[in-house]
Design a protein. Sequence first.
Length: 382
Amino acid sequence: MKNFKRLGLLFVCLSIFSTGCKEPFEPEISSFDHNILVVEGYIEVGGGESSITLGRTRPVYDSISLAPVTEAGVLIESENGTSWQLFQQTEGTYTLVDDLPENLNYRLRISNNGNEYLSEWITPIITPEISEVTFEKKEGDVSIYASTVGNERARYFLWEFEETWIYRAAYRAGYRYDPTSKEMIPLREDELTYKCWQSNNSNRIILASSESYQNDFIYQKELLEIESFSEKLGERYSVNVKQKAIDKEAFIFWEAIRKNSDDIGGIFSPLPSLIGSNIYNVNDPGEPVIGYLSAGKSTEKRVYINRREVDPWRAVISDYNSCTLDTVLVKDYQFNFSTGFYFPVSPYCEELSCPGFFASTVNCVDCTVRGGFLEKPDFWED
């Protein structure tokens, strides 16, 4: 799940605001305010990736809300005695790709700095398929929805998504200047920096219970809204929706976190550590732990949206508002193109001669400057 940092930040905000004091003051920082273990994750059965993220809360006025827990021992244990070790991929994030049996109960064991934590035994829930992912344009924006049908075993749902889109630089720079030969060299297709892909993960908690719907049919649960003029729909856009069925206790936990996230600082809002968790310190069960672990088999569905499907749509990239094409004459090539400030875009020609090149700055010709990547994703369909 992508709500890990939200848990730590929410804890800090509520720690500050739940005092209810009107006058500014420096609160006494106790051990309760920091070093609380935060656990977020999902044990994936039936094939796929299990991912666990670990962190510890920091003091209220620290510059970061969570410090990643590194070099921890993280194991998934089954009720038949089999265990699987997770390996750290990035700081604080531990993963396992394996085919865990669907018919066993599981728990998580965490070892770090002499402390041992266990989750309660968890019965995996097989998630129903996503019926459909649809989109609708209304009042200029585009909303994306997921629909599904619950059953007796799966009535509580959590959604995540990853969105990916194409965008382009303001200008297509098709040449590079060779200071040795003092010539313009046409770029190969794989050297162009004009077309990029960019991705973004969901950053809010999206929940629903099929108990609230007729025949357990959750129809068009809104996942996200793309605002008018967004570059995401400027050419081609894709969203991959992941759906997880969770148990009622996990649903109650995440619903409480969601409500607190919508109204951070509510004086009667419970701290995340007081909401309840299914993870505990083996030697000190009274130690607060933030997080609720789930297990099951998730489902995914990907859809694509082309610009023509939401026309009229005008993508606006404010970073390109100041982009212009300047003319660089041959005599100035060495000065302008050797410094890396200007990049040649295309020949500047007058009648029968081409006395120079049109040029622009790197932020206008290299789409990676804005955080995108040049390589087409493996899943991408043109």
